[in-house]
Design a protein around this ligand. Sequence first.
Ligand code: 4AD
Ligand code: MG
Length: 465
Amino acid sequence: SHASVTDVLTGKYPVGSTVTVKGWIRTRRDSKAGISFLAIHDGSCFNPVQAVVPNSVANYQSEVVRLTTGCSVAVTGIVEASQGQGQDFELQATEVQVIGWIEDPDSYPMAAKRHSIEYLREYAHLRPRTNMMGAVTRVRNCLAQAIHRFFHENGYAWVATPLITASDCEGAGEMFRVSTLDLENLPRTPQGGVDFSEDFFGKETFLTVSGQLNAEAYACAMSKVYTFGPTFRAENSNTSRHLAEFWMIEPEVAFADLDDVAHLAEAMLKYVFNAVLEERMDDMNFFAQRVDKDAITRLQDFVAKDFAQVDYTDAIDILIASGKKFEFAVEWGIDLSSEHERYLAEVHFKAPVVVKNYPKDIKSFYMKLNTDGKTVAAMDVLAPGIGEIIGGSQREEVLEVLDERMVAMGLNPEDYGWYRDLRRYGTVPHSGFGLGFERLIAYVTGMGNVRDVIPFPRTPRHADF
Ligand code: 4AD
Ligand code: MG
């Protein structure tokens, strides 16, 4: 039968049984005694399985000794206890079938040596074959599955929210336009604007920046929901934390206030970090050895510690009292930049920290106005080493206040008719947050750039592959 590398290495097949492993050659080593050692990987776990191939195998001279990194093979052999270090089982090969050769091994872009991260980005279609991207991909999958499991176990319904939308959730004007209009010959209104009535949707539409507004509609009926899907931002930020296309996890909870979702965020992060520590130590050991020596201890500390909590106003005082010269000057009213966020999480609290109750003018229209009239019930979760990974808030559930906030922020309440209905018909306090999935993976793995934790990154001027 066809066994995965994981099956063989974890002892699923008893010593003495015959199995076939299908995968790709990582390395080949030949001994003088006429034996070749093939390291075969199939992506199912970090380690390759070793196949010991004696020269009695029929195609030994004609094919086996010509195998190079990247060739695909099906190796049949007997499971044996391994003499070598590092793994318990190996295969004593009886048959090696070569499925696909490497055209010109000398020019194979993924030859078995260390490649720089920048080089690998140029080969987004081949980099999944590397140890590093294999590890990232398994950890990413582990986190995604654990997130779904966490919400499922806690009674949340997964809701698919649309990717094409007419509303700008964050009001930041950073949306990619979706249009079927002929750019050469744009229809015009009598006033000279673009006439979207001839567009496919009959109105101007965009790729969504967040599923939140639609998730609110479902929370106000299903009580506890979440979305988990791609979101898009046309912000021209060339940083290690920004992608034009990224995935976001957005729970939305009826009858919940800001503290409730702050605790939800903490419980969820601890749950998914524990899952990584339980399921993917093979990959985490690699990250700790080769990418960031603190990768494992960071997760262990995170699950053991309570989050720190601080009011925005107190956070500003802490930053001023630090006496540190920041690039962006600190005063009440500013949006925290990543240097401020990292000071709070890394230097002051030395722990993940929830900053709450931001000035209303720097936050979105939907956030609940606090009784001070100056701040809104918003929170950001800042992680040491990366800064903001979560943004969330209690939502304004009072129609009159919501309308005033929209007008103050230059939005037209008439454009948000369906959203306002949620406040007109059985309104309830509700809250939620958005977790940037790639920032989460970057945090867990210690990979310094979100471009290297998503299979095919989309950033300014990069949409190949
Ligand atoms: O803080 P943001 O903009 O919040 C919202 O979109 C809310 N509607 C979420 C909600 O309450 N349901 O984004 C949430 C998170 C950020 O904390 C960050 O982790 C991530 O999304 N994020 C990005 N990740 C990668 N690239 C970008 N360009 C990102 N922009 C935001
Ligand atoms: Mg934010």
